[in-house]
Write a protein that binds this ligand. Structure first.
Ligand SMILES: [Zn+2]
Length: 298
């Protein structure tokens, strides 16, 4: 997908155009722009994506905070007297670092609707943080593994655990992302698996963050045998609100807008035309029609 701007076309998380915009560093968005030497993106996004590209600005464009993860931005473009906003992935409620999406004004909105299902309304972030902390303190004789995406969710989880006095064991990949968060002023106390510090920490009870695919009972059982200690597993993802993972606990911690946020966002932007690049936004538009009687083109 691309949009025209001042005589060129800007590719939206896509190589389709003269100059790409990269909304954030999750791999499903970076894959199309890997070879580009000039990219419209925040410095943090280029660092997290490991891209050796120049961060450029162009006329008639503006980058707006998107929440979601460090460096995530929305793109606003003015062309022929109309304003178009592309959100990338976004979250309007502040995460544990205080990151949240700005509310833009626009005529045309190109947005995500990952949770465009009315059943996906998340509890407040603080409530989910409390669930995690109670699980960690309530199982203080067991080793705990928590599955989270290594970029974004893991850094939130490190901070949630730090605030209850726990420094989790993390993978080298998660650690590399944590280092970039720290470069941007967000302190994260963690222990990298394989280090001397981890060996010492793992001789006692520990909490570890693992990739989502490892947060399984078979893996917990293997760890229980290796460390001779009861081991429990959990996942942290928005899908945990309704999807039953085969784990001991599941925390609905999301870095996306939930259904009500999507409705509020579209309403606040004032957009008369909305397109969804991921998820099904039809229920969002139906909810706005029921609320305001307003039909939005999609
Ligand atoms: Zn994302």
């Amino acid at each position: 997908m691309r949009i025209p701007c001042s005589g060129i076309h800007i590719g939206l998380d896509s190589p389709d155009g003269d100059l790409p915009f990269l909304s954030h560093a999750h791999s499903d968005h970076t894959s199309g722009v890997k070879g580009a030497k000039r990219i419209i993106a925040s410095e943090a996004t280029l660092q997290l994506a490991g891209l050796d590209a120049e961060s450029v600005k162009t006329q008639n464009t503006e980058l707006l905070d998107a929440g979601h993860i460090l460096g995530a931005r929305q793109l606003a473009v003015e062309e022929d007297g109309a304003r178009t906003v592309y959100t990338g992935d976004f979250c309007i409620k502040p995460n544990i670092f205080g990151m949240k999406a700005q509310m833009p004004q626009c005529d045309r909105l190109i947005m995500e609707a990952t949770y465009g299902d009315p059943d996906y309304v998340f509890p407040p972030h603080e409530e989910v943080h409390g669930m995690v902390r109670r699980w960690v303190s309530g199982n203080d004789s067991a080793n705990l593994i928590i599955g989270c995406y290594e970029l974004g969710k893991s850094q939130e989880m490190v901070r949630i655990l730090n605030e209850c006095g726990t420094a989790p064991v993390v993978t080298p990949k998660t650690d590399s992302f944590c280092r970039i968060y720290e470069k941007h002023g967000l302190k994260l106390d963690r222990i990298v698996v394989g280090s001397d510090e981890a060996e010492e920490a793992m001789s006692k009870r520990f909490v570890a963050l693992v990739p989502m695919g490892k947060a399984k009972r078979y893996f917990a059982n293997r760890l229980a045998q290796a460390f001779e200690r009861k081991t429990l597993c959990a996942v942290a993802t928005g899908w945990a609100l309704h999807y039953r993972f085969n784990t001991d606990a599941a925390f609905p911690l999301s870095d996306h807008a939930d259904f009500n946020d999507l409705v509020e966002f579209v309403e606040q932007t004032g957009a008369k035309q909305v397109e969804f690049f991921t998820g099904d936004g039809s229920s969002v538009l139906d909810a706005l029609k029921a609320k305001n009687g307003e039909v939005i083109n999609s």
